[in-house]
Design a protein around this ligand. Sequence first.
Ligand code: SAH
Length: 252
Amino acid sequence: MRFDVITLFAELFAPFLELGVTRRAFESGQVEVQFFNPRDFAEGNYRRVDDRPFGGGPGMVMMAEPLAKTLAHIRSLRNDNAPVVLFSPVGKPLNHAAVQHWADSTGAILVCGRYEGLDQRFIDAHVDVQVSLGDFVLSGGEIAAIALLDAVARLQPGVLTDPHSHAFDSFNAELDGLLDCSHYTRPEEWNGQAVPGALMSGNHAQIERWRRDQSLLLTAAKRPDLLVAARAAGKLDARDEVVLAGPKTNLL
Ligand code: SAH
């Protein structure tokens, strides 16, 4: 798959593409990422990409024309009808289902805003979907684009050493959509706290039961909405319901 990113600050992406487990996906081209700077498509000596807002007020607005020219250039390089994704606080909040959608896709054209945002006419003419990272305002869309690319790369086959490990991550609706259980590593006792006994039992079935219970109870306590969805999707069995109806004492 290929993601073409329209950004004034491609440098911000480099460390995220070069480090960590996801590096494999980017280096192999499994997830190909190309950058395009609207400044390269802007007119005049100053190559302006922004201007003052009509109607007055603070800040600057990204001009439609350099963005449209950048997009036309990208379209000339890709022989598909890739959707244009704009990162924006007005977009739909990013979640696992959306990440899975992009992970299974052939890619997209990602637009990172800066300043007060983009001239609305570019959005109306070219943007297919708007994506938000949450109900807060970033100074640019790059962090949101990096978040999307990282999460998409993580889901590619062969990126995580254990191919099944993301199946157990939080929010994975193919499994159950619940939160992940808590994790422990050495030493067995730290700061006066022992690792839960079930994990030390060596009994695989007992360990799996403990993890399932933790996942259920944690989700019930922190994200009851996910539990409701899992129940509606038929992902909870009779034993799960007994655990959920019982005392919540085991919850860490
Ligand atoms: N005036 C705008 C904020 C502009 S912030 C408003 O109040 O809605 C500049 C750019 O940062 C935006 O164009 C967008 O690309 C990016 N951005 C800011 N907050 C974001 C968020 N929560 N999710 C995704 N992108 C965001």
